[in-house]
Design a protein. Structure first.
Length: 191
């Protein structure tokens, strides 16, 4: 009998380290870290090999919510909406697509919260959320009315962000997955 090993932690890029360093420097400028803590944490960040090490170094530096920065409402009617790239993720997102498609890609997003709440209320729509490896996803508190919900995100890790999804889906689909991998022999291939 063999025990299945969890996949290795996702390796951190230079871009990941720079984002984590920015969080630490902001905490220092706010007075939440002194010079000694700033130096110690920046050393940890720039020597980090995995994304989990970066999140551990910044986990207690959640920013103070400033009005609209803590919430985002996305409305779409008969259209397609996307949030991708290096967008700043608020603590609460309300998704209200109607006869539309909505894509929330958290892969390269600036995430400063240990837990993100998404209230999803799609009507005749689709919502796709793309999360990095290691995130935990709670999709059980969405009321489904003639709809489907799929959580394809696997292997949550300690210290990973928790994505908590609530709401009501009417004749819609909600899918949470990891980024699609490109094959090295054909960089334009997509699953």
């Amino acid at each position: 009998m063999s025990l299945e090993q969890p996949p290795p932690a996702r390796r951190a890029s230079d871009h990941d380290r720079e984002r984590a360093a920015a969080v630490i420097q902001e905490a220092h400028s706010d007075g939440r870290l002194d010079f000694e803590e700033l130096d110690e944490r920046l050393t940890r960040v720039y020597s980090a090999k995995t994304e989990i090490e970066l999140r551990t170094a910044t986990a207690d530096l959640l920013p103070v919510a400033h009005g609209a920065d803590a919430e985002l409402t996305i409305r779409a009617k008969h259209s397609a909406q996307k949030r991708e790239g290096a967008w700043t993720v608020p603590e609460r997102v309300t998704a209200l697509p109607e006869h539309s498609s909505l894509k929330l890609d958290f892969t390269d997003a600036v995430v400063r919260w240990a837990e993100i709440h998404v209230e999803a209320r799609p009507k005749h729509s689709s919502i796709v959320m793309i999360v990095p490896e290691g995130w935990s996803v709670d999709l059980d508190q969405v009321d489904m009315v003639g709809s489907t919900a799929k959580n394809k995100a696997t292997a949550p890790k300690p210290g990973g962000v928790r994505l908590h999804i609530t709401g009501e889906a009417r004749h819609s689909s909600i899918t949470v997955r990891h980024p699609r991998k490109r094959h090295w022999w054909w960089p334009w291939y997509r699953k």
